[in-house]
Write a new protein. Structure first.
Length: 258
């Protein structure tokens, strides 16, 4: 029952955008980028909901995708994160290829951002036809919130803790570099405190919400409202607005509640 509810949330969000076939074409190689960073269960809301991931994969294949790859650079041990999050099983059942990070596949690439000029990027992210960003909405001790732009740290290598000095600006640099075809924000459950790892179910709120769009800044501005903030309260949104990257106007966001 709950899985069906989440499937309908994703499908309704995509229908509001004109359907997945607006974004995915026959023969496309697609990479779906969830947050799989933590050794946590779906109920703990530290990772993207597995049903949201599976439904997006189903929709990609239904739209003619040749292949779908799911990968993330985890913070905790990868196999435990992939398994306990439920994402590996859900993605494989939908026919996607699930890969753990191979250190040999990082490539130094030009980011050409304001902070990041070049950085090691996981090559799979630039070798596909379409890129779908699927973050979970959650609290983050340094960034205030972890949403779509923050999710790109799972696509890069190097000393990621160095980015914490200018985290907001770095997130915008990465968002501008990757430029996903589609962003789908999972707010089925949100982690309202003690993020990004969480662990206490008392910190989780069930919202049964999914937001989808093509503008990461708009999505993050909407995500902020789920926590009682405005987009301008997030340093990453302010940094993006200053650069005229993305639109923080919430009239542009497309949300489906079922």
């Amino acid at each position: 029952m709950f899985g069906e509810k989440r499937e309908e949330l994703v499908k309704a969000a995509m229908e509001a955008l004109g359907g997945m076939n607006r974004f995915i074409s026959k023969g496309d190689k697609v990479l779906v980028k969830p947050n799989i960073g933590w050794d946590r269960t779906p109920e703990q809301a530290a990772n993207t909901n597995p049903t949201v991931v599976r439904t997006l994969i189903d929709l990609c294949f239904a739209s003619g995708a040749k292949s779908v790859l799911v990968v993330d650079y985890t913070c905790n041990e990868a196999r435990r994160c992939y398994t306990r999050s439920g994402i590996a099983k859900a993605a494989e059942e939908a026919g996607a290829k699930v890969r753990h990070i191979d250190d040999n596949k990082f490539r130094e690439m030009k980011i050409d951002g304001e902070v990041l000029k070049q950085w090691p990027v996981y090559s799979d992210f630039v070798e596909v036809d379409k890129l779908i960003n699927v973050p979970i909405a959650k609290h983050h001790t340094l960034a205030r919130l972890s949403l779509s732009m923050k999710n790109w740290l799972g696509a890069i290598g190097g000393s990621r803790n160095q980015l914490h000095q200018k985290l907001d600006e770095s997130c915008v640099d990465l968002a501008a570099f990757f430029q996903p075809t589609l962003t789908v924000l999972d707010a089925v459950r949100i982690l309202k405190a003690n993020g990004p790892q969480g662990g206490n179910l008392k910190d989780v709120e069930k919202l049964d919400t999914v937001a989808a769009g093509v503008d990461q800044v708009t999505i993050d501005s909407f995500g902020a409202t789920l926590f009682g903030y405005k987009g301008e309260n997030l340093g990453s949104v302010r940094a993006a607005t200053k650069r005229e990257f993305g639109q923080a106007d919430l009239s542009k966001v497309l949300v489906a509640n079922v």
